[in-house]
Design a protein around this ligand. Sequence first.
Ligand SMILES: Cc1cc2nc3c(=O)[nH]c(=O)nc-3n(C[C@H](O)[C@H](O)[C@H](O)COP(=O)(O)OP(=O)(O)OC[C@H]3O[C@@H](n4cnc5c(N)ncnc54)[C@H](O)[C@@H]3O)c2cc1C
Length: 458
Amino acid sequence: MSGRCNGAFGARIIAAGCRVDRARAQLLSSGAEAALRPDSISEVCRMARSITIIGAGIVGIATASYLRRDGHDVTVVDMRPPGEYCSFGNAGILSPGSCVPIAMPGILKKVPGYLADPLGPLSVRWSYFTRALPWLLRFIASTELARVERTADALIGLLSQTFDAYLPLAGPAGCSDLIRRTGYVVIYESENAYRNDALAWKLRRDRGVICEELDAAGIERLVPALGKTHPRGVYLPEQGFVANPERFTKTLAQQFERDGGRILQREVLDIELAADGLQALVTDAGRMPVETLVLCAGAHSREFSSKLGDPVPLEAERGYHVTFSDPGLELPMPVCSAQHKFFVTPMEMGTRIAGQSEFAGVDAEPNYARADVLAQHMQRLFPQVRAVDSTRWMGRRPSMPDSKPVIGRATKFPNAYYAFGHGHVGLCSGAPTGRIIADLIAGRAPNIDITPFRVDRF
Ligand SMILES: Cc1cc2nc3c(=O)[nH]c(=O)nc-3n(C[C@H](O)[C@H](O)[C@H](O)COP(=O)(O)OP(=O)(O)OC[C@H]3O[C@@H](n4cnc5c(N)ncnc54)[C@H](O)[C@@H]3O)c2cc1C
């Protein structure tokens, strides 16, 4: 059936000769038909579009890949090469069970302790405090229990598709080996701390996430390098990680280009609008006419969504990592410290500890003292670690106060779509988001309710 459609489509391509059809012809003649979803080919024959995406992070590249699989003519614009901004240095966790928002009941009581602790997970640059205040107030409003339950429902719908949505992209790109389905362990330094997290575990279990309780011996059995130092832990067997987030994004991007997609290295300075809709992107290399636009600019999306008439409370929630290239440490799976809010992940380029939430504005210089805090945690957790060769990094999570990304159509421009604000779970939700955007543009119903992610929810 798909063969018949391809043949008929091939004839139409020659007759029509338009830009979109040429791109589709290139895809078909390159032998990349397998990358297309057979069920969508006939739809694509009718509705292929010219689509421009701002942002070549994991969200932009996954979205571009899904749109290209639908046969659209897709161009990604970014001033950096793919995967070199926030998607470069995350902890790599792929966690379909990450349905617990950051804004949880009781978190406010913990904030003074976090801020006072030099090794704490949270810092606010006081010169930035008043500018962060509106976001913080919305964050506080999001801690109400009924809202937390609704957020968890929305997130589990999106995130439960993590592996399922990445495999069709990673397989053809040749990077499915980077996806490791090992599960991970969350550890607690005291029984009390574990009990204080009861609501988070209930939220996960109520939504079907398998969480196996561990005692000190159970933790040591799964991760011998931890010994019996922690009295409580939880093993989440259905979760996993990407062993090199930068290479993963770049490899998906290379496949997108092999399939006929384009990536242009340009900075977008503005969006040109007219009464009848989108006109063009103004870039540092000139004007680019735009037909359909998808905004995936991570922590920089707010200025563009505002231009499109949809202002959003989006903050750069800055995080850090330290990667130890030769740590002399055997970790069979990632380890998460529930109290100090970091992950230690065994990556292909070494062992990475990543975490911290710093509010200092998107453009402020990194404060690598926050990365040094992580290095100290690493030494405390694994005193045997060899720290001789390590690198530090700062990244900007695109964070919404209610921990939910913005996914969907712009309110004022029917040809503009949003896919940003994925906060702590942008790697997990990149491919599910891309598939949803492709569904929306194709006129297919997404397989989850996306109203919780609408741009005008605040
Ligand atoms: C320390 C840390 C640990 C993390 N750990 C995890 C984890 O384990 N699992 C997980 O799921 N998530 C994790 N995250 C979050 C995750 O990394 C992000 O949510 C994700 O990378 C966001 O992807 P993105 O594509 O939206 O943004 P980005 O990767 O930031 O990409 C946005 C792109 O837009 C481009 N851009 C911006 N403005 C313009 C412009 N004007 N013109 C052209 N291009 C522009 C940028 O150059 C960039 O390439 C972590 C984040 C941090 C900081």
